[in-house]
Design a protein around this ligand. Structure first.
Ligand SMILES: *Cc1c(COP(=O)(O)O)cnc(C)c1O
Length: 401
């Protein structure tokens, strides 16, 4: 076996993404092996007994661990600067496991109200069924966080930038307030990506991803991940919950995601460049009421965004004049950009949040969150920015009716 001594902790980001976590099998393959196995064999009955007693560390069952899944987890943990990464079958499985594993009846959760629809459902509908109190605040208003966190709290959950209006929340300030209230801070870092924003460095305790989005980034597989340096949370909450409830990432999906990590920094850099170019273009067009993009100076939290993130991100939201009819005319008028509720893909994807991802919200909730009938969320892909602008230009002319 070709073994090389490496100190992967000292590698720089691009190197970690290409090589981090690689474990070669006795066949010395170049590309990471795909171990499609649910179980593992023991050399003797004694070895099995020792494994179950926790006396030897080895693979026992793929619900708990698998070599391909472990390579993905190690590589992502190196990128995030986290001791532990537990991967999951989807982003929502990661959100639910990160919260449900540590909460019990009588606990209190404080969350920002501008959340991905399913995250909001967990906080507002599912957790209260188990006796957890949930409080929602305007994430951009530190006074509201201060007030909500003046009471003992178990957990804080937020997304920054948020979906779909790209609100930016001060992660360090909220983490400080949360810690004073005794809470652990969970950040949904999907929109920012592990390349542009490092919440653990900003004071957060737990970071989670939908790997379905930029980590795969090519529309192939579902996946998720939870990362943290909090050993107590890992040992006493996350691992027992995860092993016994089974939101496990499949080895095949882990392999796709592992290869996705190799190009994540290159792709996110191009996504962000294109997103800025598209945001600047949209900002100059007639018939658009507003453009929301953290990288634009006109964004209400632009300065904060630029201290937390190394670029503005991959998603641009904008509001067309003329409400739903104009928004639909624009979407239907796109020749190249696809209509899809997914994001973080190589292909640019546009969606109408009010009638799709956030359809279930009441009219009042949509209004509070700024999800108007004219709002379009554009996940900017890896195409040539000029082609994107031309497509949007044509579609805008149709939206104008
Ligand atoms: C997509 C998404 C999720 C959920 O991830 P899945 O992989 O679809 O389960 C959670 N949070 C945000 C911000 C997302 O965009």
């Amino acid at each position: 076996m070709a073994e090389k001594k490496t100190n992967s902790d000292q590698w720089r980001q691009a190197t970690r993404l290409v090589r981090g976590g690689t474990e070669r099998s006795p066949f010395s393959e170049t590309s990471e092996g795909l171990f499609l196995t649910s179980g593992y064999v023991y050399g003797s009955a004694e070895e099995a007994e020792q494994a179950f007693a926790g006396e030897v560390e080895r693979y026992m069952y793929s619900r708990y661990g698998n070599p391909t899944v472990a390579m993905f987890e190690k590589r992502l943990a190196l990128l995030e600067g986290a001791e532990t990464c537990v991967s999951t079958s989807s982003g929502m499985a990661a959100v639910f496991a990160s919260l449900a594993s540590q909460l019990e009846a009588g606990d209190r959760v404080v969350a920002s109200r501008a959340l991905f629809g399913s995250c909001l459902h967990i906080i507002k509908e599912i957790l209260p069924k188990f006796g957890v109190e949930s409080v929602l605040v305007d994430g951009t208003d530190l006074e509201q966080w201060k007030q909500a966190l003046s009471v003992k709290t178990k957990c804080v959950f937020l997304e920054s930038p948020s979906n779909p209006c790209l609100e930016v929340i001060d992660i360090r300030a909220v983490s400080d307030l949360a810690h004073e209230a005794g809470a652990l801070v969970v950040i949904d870092n999907v929109f920012a990506t592990a390349v542009l924003q490092h919440p653990l460095e900003l004071g957060a305790d737990i970071v989670m991803y939908s790997a379905t989005k930029h980590i795969d980034g090519q529309g192939r597989t579902m996946g998720g991940a939870i990362l943290t340096n909090n050993e107590d949370f890992v040992e006493n909450s996350l691992v027992p919950f995860f092993r016994n409830t089974g939101p496990t990432l499949s080895p095949f999906n882990a392999w796709v995601l592992l290869k996705g990590l190799e190009t994540l920094d290159l792709r996110v850099a191009r996504h962000s460049e294109n997103a800025l170019a598209v945001a600047e273009f949209l900002n100059e067009q007639e018939g658009i009421a507003k453009v929301l993009y953290p990288g634009l100076e006109s964004h209400p939290q632009h300065a904060l965004a630029m201290t937390q993130m190394s670029a503005g991100g991959t998603v641009v939201s904008f509001e067309v004049d003329g409400g739903k009819d104009a928004a639909f005319r624009l979407l239907n008028g796109l020749d190249m950009v696809d209509i899809s509720n997914n994001l973080g893909d190589a292909k640019s994807l546009a969606t109408h949040p009010a009638t799709t991802t956030h359809q279930k919200l009441s009219a009042e909730e949509k209004q509070i969150l700024g999800i108007s009938d004219g709002l379009i969320r554009l996940s900017v892909g890896l195409e040539d920015a000029e082609d994107l602008k031309e497509d949007l230009d044509r579609a805008l002319a149709k939206a104008g009716g």
